[in-house]
Ligand binder design. Structure first.
Ligand SMILES: Nc1nc2c(c(=O)[nH]1)N[C@H]1C(S)=C(S)[C@@H](COP(=O)(O)O)O[C@H]1N2
Ligand SMILES: [Mo]
Length: 306
C-alpha cells in the first residue's frame, strides 16, 4: 500500500461517549419510522434503523464521524486519504445489485432493499486497523454475512469466498492495482459471527467513500480485507488471489490477520495510532478479537500464513 502519514486529526474530533449514546437513542426511536417511510424511496435518506445493538460491539469511544468519512482508503476514487470523499460522484450506489454465485445451490442477486430486510440491522462498533499503522473505532450498521450465505446454500466443495468490488474504467482510477478490487476469506472466516456486510455507519446509509452501498467488514484483519462497493460474492474451492497479493505477494498475504508479531517487510506492526489520539497504542493480536477468532487458526504457523 502507498504509505502516508496519518493526517493530524484533533482528539477533540472524537465523539464524546455521552453525545454518542444520546445520538444512538435518537436513531433507535427514529429508526422504525425511517424504515417505514424512507426505505421504499431508495437509499438516499439518512437513518436506516431500527438498529439492534450488538453484544459484539466494543465499548471504546467511536472515532469522529468526520474522520471516518474523510480519511479513507478507496483507491478506485484516488490514492490520497482525502480523495474518496471528494470523488463520490464517480460511483453511483443506486440502483445496485449484489450477485451471490459460484459453488452454491441457489445463486441469486440481492437488491439493497432486500439486504436491508434480510435480517435485523445491527449496530456493530468495531475496532478497525489498517496495515499502514492507523486505527479507528467505527459504528457500522450491517448484517452477518453468514445470514446471506445461508440463503444461497453453499455446496460442500465451497472452501473460500471471493469478494468483487465495482469497477468502472470510465470514472475510476486506472492502473495502481489490478481491478476490480478483489478480496477473499476462507469459508469459516466468512461465516464467523463477527464478519458482517455493512450497509451503513453512524446510523445512516453508507457514504460512498466508505464503500456504498454494501461492503465487507472483518474486524480482526487489516482494513484491506474489507472490499468496498461489492457487486459479487463468489464461493470457490481454491484460495483466491486478491488484488493486494498480486500487487505485492511478500507484503500482503491472504490471511492478513492483525498480528503485532509479524512485521510488514518495510515496517513494524507492533504499534498503531488511533486516529484522533497522539500517543501510540500497542497493536493487539487479532486486533483484540483473539477470544472469538483464534480457534480458527489453531495449529497454523501465522508467520507463514500472514
Ligand atoms: N474496493 C476497495 N475496497 C477497499 C479499499 C480499496 O482501495 N478499494 N481499501 C481497503 C483498505 S486498505 C482499508 S484500510 C479500508 C478502509 O475503509 P474505510 O475508508 O471505510 O475506513 O477499505 C478497504 N477496502
Ligand atoms: Mo488499509
Amino acid at each position: 500500500m502507498l504509505i502516508r502519514r496519518p493526517a493530524d486529526i484533533l482528539s477533540s474530533e472524537i465523539t464524546a461517549p455521552a453525545v454518542y449514546r444520546e445520538r444512538r437513542r435518537f436513531i433507535a426511536q427514529a429508526g422504525s419510522l425511517a424504515l417505514a417511510a424512507a426505505l421504499p424511496a431508495g437509499p438516499a435518506h439518512a437513518g436506516i434503523g431500527p438498529l439492534t445493538p450488538s453484544p459484539l460491539s466494543t465499548t471504546e469511544p467511536p472515532t469522529s464521524r468526520k474522520a471516518v468519512t474523510t480519511y479513507n482508503n478507496f483507491y478506485e476514487l484516488g490514492t490520497d486519504k482525502a480523495d474518496p470523499a471528494e470523488n463520490t460522484h464517480r460511483l453511483k450506489p443506486a440502483p445496485w445489485t449484489l450477485r451471490i454465485e459460484g459453488l452454491v445451490n441457489k445463486p441469486r442477486s440481492f437488491g439493497i432493499d432486500e439486504l436491508l430486510r434480510l435480517a435485523p440491522l445491527e449496530e456493530r462498533i468495531y475496532r478497525m486497523r489498517c496495515v499502514e499503522g492507523w486505527s479507528m473505532v467505527i459504528p457500522w450498521v450491517g448484517i452477518p454475512l453468514a445470514t446471506l450465505l445461508k440463503q444461497v446454500d453453499p455446496q460442500g466443495s465451497a472452501k473460500y469466498v471471493e469478494f468483487v468490488s465495482h469497477y468502472d474504467r470510465a470514472t475510476m482510477t486506472r492502473g495502481v492495482l489490478d481491478w476490480p478490487y478483489l478480496e477473499g476469506l476462507r469459508l469459516d472466516e466468512a461465516r464467523h459471527p463477527l464478519t458482517i456486510l455493512a450497509l451503513g455507519l453512524y446510523g445512516d446509509v453508507l457514504p460512498v467513500q466508505n464503500g456504498a452501498p454494501v461492503r465487507l467488514v472483518v474486524p480482526w484483519k487489516y482494513g484491506f480485507k474489507g472490499g468496498k462497493s461489492l457487486v459479487a460474492i463468489r464461493l470457490v474451492d481454491k484460495q483466491p488471489t486478491t488484488s493486494w497479493m498480486k500487487a505485492g505477494p511478500s507484503e500482503y498475504g491472504f490471511y492478513a490477520n492483525v498480528n503485532p508479531e509479524v512485521e510488514h517487510p518495510r515496517w513494524s506492526q507492533a504499534t498503531e495510532r488511533r486516529i484522533g489520539e497522539f500517543t501510540k497504542r500497542k497493536t493487539l493480536m487479532f486486533n483484540g478479537y483473539t477470544d472469538q477468532v483464534a480457534p480458527m487458526y489453531a495449529g497454523m504457523d501465522l508467520r507463514r500464513y500472514f
